[in-house]
Design a protein. Structure first.
Length: 225
């Protein structure tokens, strides 16, 4: 009789463990389905990484050939992408609503503090790059030689490094938020509502699509080959 009871217990224990494993998998899936606010930021990261590859290639090209035929207009487009979709829109969504909504949960405050410092670093590089572009633009308007492109290449490389490092850290953070179900369904809905407000402040869907086309334009430039 005792062996039969043991066998029954082992059978019950096996099925319970299977149910528990399935339940946890379903829970993680449900959390991720509801975490649309987090997946939205991850989607932004795909765009930003594409841009990072473009400016890294551009920087490498300039370093390899100081007289490279990269148009100033292409570099000015890169500056616009740094300023609008990355800083104003993407970082704006994080800073205005996503980070405040997660700041006091799971001891995230220190991670978020570091993310905000890194955002400021990205802005600083972007401003210096934009300011550097004013020099060749002025020279062209005055019919003069544009001078060295090394500072331009340096700022592009710095921003590409910033993208790779910063996005890697944020993606790990987002994975934790999703896996632990940090954001409730109602919070997710509220955050996404604020995303729409951020998008409207950034020029709306039409401007977002226009900026995406500008990135695609850079990706197919001859110097990207």
């Amino acid at each position: 009789m005792l062996p039969g009871i043991c066998l029954l217990y082992l059978n019950w224990d096996f099925h319970y463990r299977c149910w528990l494993s399935t339940h946890k998998s379903i829970s993680r899936f449900v959390y991720k389905v509801f975490h649309l606010a987090t997946s939205d930021l991850k989607k932004d990261h795909l765009f930003v990484r594409r841009f990072g590859e473009v400016i890294q290639k551009c920087s490498d090209k300039i370093y390899a050939d100081k007289d490279s035929d990269i148009l100033l207009e292409d570099l000015e487009i890169a500056s616009v992408i740094m300023e609008e979709p990355i800083d104003t829109f993407h970082h704006g969504k994080e800073e205005e609503v996503y980070f405040p909504s997660t700041h006091d949960k799971n001891n995230f405050s220190e991670d978020i503090r570091k993310f905000l410092i890194e955002h400021e670093l990205g802005r600083r590089i972007s401003r210096m790059f934009k300011r550097e572009l004013l020099i060749p633009r002025k020279c062209i308007n005055e019919g003069k030689q544009t001078g060295s492109k090394e500072p331009i290449a340096r700022f592009l490389k710095s921003y590409a490094i910033f993208i790779t490092d910063h996005l890697g850290k944020e993606d790990k953070f987002f994975d934790i938020v999703e896996d632990k179900g940090i954001i409730s369904f109602d919070e997710d809905k509220m955050i996404r509502h604020h995303y729409e407000l951020c998008k409207n402040k950034s020029g709306g869907q039409a401007r977002i699509e226009e900026l995406l086309k500008l990135l695609e334009y850079l990706e197919y430039r001859d110097w990207m080959e």
